[in-house]
Structures are given as C-alpha cells and as structure tokens.
Design a protein around this ligand. Structure first.
Ligand SMILES: [Zn+2]
Length: 303
C-alpha cells in the first residue's frame, strides 16, 4: 500500500471515530487537517524525487567536459539565449538583456548541485557596494559565473588585491572589470571633503588622488562628479597592476585582461571606458548597450 492509501485509511478511521462522537464540525476539521498533511507529504516526496534527479544531473555534468563548470565555454543557456565565449561580449550581451528587460529565467534549484564540486568564474568584477549596482543582476548572470569583489567606491586595497589574485591565479578568471557607477556616494563624499570617521577615511584616501587630479583641471561646463567617477575607475585600474606584482605579470603574459567601465543608474547600461585598461586587446572599445538619454544628467537620490 502506498503512502497515499495509508493516509486515506487513517483519515477514514479518524472520521469514523469522530462520527461516533456525533461531532460533525470536529470531523470536518480533522478531515481538513489530514488533507493538509497529505498534501505536505506528497510535496515532500516530489522534492525528494527532484533532488535525486538533480544529484544525478550534477554527477553526469561533472564527468562531461564543456559542462556548466567550465565557465566561459559553458554550454548551458539559461532562458534559451546564446552564450558567447568572449567574456566581454558575454557581459555586454547580459547587460543588454538587463537594459531591455529580457533577463533569463533562472532555475537555481537545478543549477546549485553542479556547482558544489568547484567554481570556474569567467570574469572578476570589482565594483561599488552600492545597493543599486549588483553585478549578477546587471550582467544577467547566474551562480558560479562572476567572482565579485565589492567595497564603497570600488577602491583597490591589499584585501581587494588578494581576492582578485585568488580569482585570477587559482580560479583562472581571465578578465577583471573595474566598474564604477553614476552618483557614487563614496566619490561624492571625497569631492565634498571634510572630516570623516577613520575607516571611511581609508576609502576617501584611496579616491582622493583621481578627485584631486580632476579638481586641479578646473573644468567648465561638465559635471565634476561624473568626470571623477570615470577618473576613479581609471585610477583603480592602474592601481591593480601598480600594487600587485602577481597581477602585473599575469597581464604581461596575457593571462589577465583588465577593463574599466561605468554603470548608468538611469539606463541600466554598462559602458567600457577608453584608456582604462591593460592586457591583450584591452584597448578595444566596447559600445554601450543603450544610448544614454539626456535625462542621464539628472541627479540620482543617494542613500
Ligand atoms: Zn558607489
């Protein structure tokens, strides 16, 4: 007898006993509770069955080359979209889907098991902790694809460099993107200057050189915060190879490419910057996925 049959039998027995007590309201209540328990039991059985199937799938994919674990050459196409082998093209494709509201449907329940054996992210993203700039969402990526390092102002320090070194050398991620963004509070705080608590001071101190450089130019007719955000990205890109001999040698040997980019809160688009790069083919420019409308200049509320 199956579990469903057993449950029905128990239900009938309970109903019979309760009916003897002539309490029909109680009977209905008991039947409803039994029904709920039965539904829960069946759902648990279904979950267990799906978990077994997923386990089998993950064991199969772990034995196949070119499976989801191989990062850039992944054959799976969540949502049915094509996945480019060029990491920059893949990021831009994902960002285009994000901009246009065509992001892929994700099935994390099925994706998780295949990733328990290890990770092979194809790109490292150093970006701001700002809640409006989550890399996995704006590049429409899933689990195991992006190695993300975040802090306020996307600044480089020894801990950040150690994280990047780990992803580049041990996980073989061949692309690092330093991603700044429109209306960055850390950059604006640095422009404003003044007293800040010591730990925030550590951030400001690392954004000051590019901000001071821009201020010294006495630019007219441009938004200084926008220029500083671009200059900060260029500066942090330079710091990566300037402060890490390991990453410098990886760039020189063609194992790592570093690109600077900015994210528009207005359009959702990521634009790779000219002159903010190092590594093979790093000088190539990449078009923004969407034109920036005039409203881009509108100041965003900072939180
Ligand atoms: Zn920011």
């Amino acid at each position: 007898m199956g579990r469903r049959g057993l449950a029905v039998l128990i239900m009938v027995a309970v109903v019979h006993t309760a009916a003897g007590a002539q309490d029909y309201r109680k009977v209905i209540d008991i039947v409803q509770r039994m029904e709920e328990r039965l539904t829960k039991m069946l759902a648990e059985e279904e979950r267990a069955r799906k978990a077994a199937v997923n386990q089998l799938r993950s064991e199969l994919s772990a034995t196949q080359p070119g499976s989801v674990q191989t990062g850039a050459t992944a054959s799976h196409e969540p949502g049915g979209h094509a996945v480019s082998n060029d990491p920059v093209a893949r990021l831009l494709d994902g960002n285009r889907r994000f901009v246009e509201g065509r992001t892929a449907a994700r099935d994390f329940v099925h994706e998780r098991p295949a990733l328990t054996a290890g990770q092979h992210p194809y790109a490292i993203i150093l970006t701001c902790s700002d809640s409006r700039v989550p890399p996995e969402l704006l590049f429409d990526e899933s689990l195991g694809q992006l190695f993300v390092v975040r802090d306020a102002g996307n600044v480089v320090d020894p801990v950040v460099l150690g994280s990047i070194e780990y992803a580049a050398e041990h996980l073989h991620a061949g692309l690092l993107v330093v991603l700044g963004h429109e209306a960055c509070g850390a950059v604006n705080a640095t422009i404003k200057g003044g007293e800040v608590p010591p730990n925030i001071g550590q951030i400001v101190q690392r954004i000051s050189p590019p901000v001071e450089k821009v201020k010294a130019q006495h630019l007219k007719g441009v938004r200084i915060d926008s220029v500083c955000i671009h200059e900060n990205v260029r500066y942090q890109v330079a710091q990566v190879t300037g402060q890490s001999a390991l990453l410098k040698s990886m760039v020189d040997e063609g194992h790592l490419r570093i690109l600077g980019a900015t994210y528009s809160l207005t359009t959702g688009g990521v634009t790779f910057l000219e002159g903010a790069s190092s590594g093979t083919h790093a000088g190539a420019s990449h078009a923004a996925p969407a034109p920036v409308p005039a409203t881009a200049e509108k100041r965003k509320q900072e939180h």
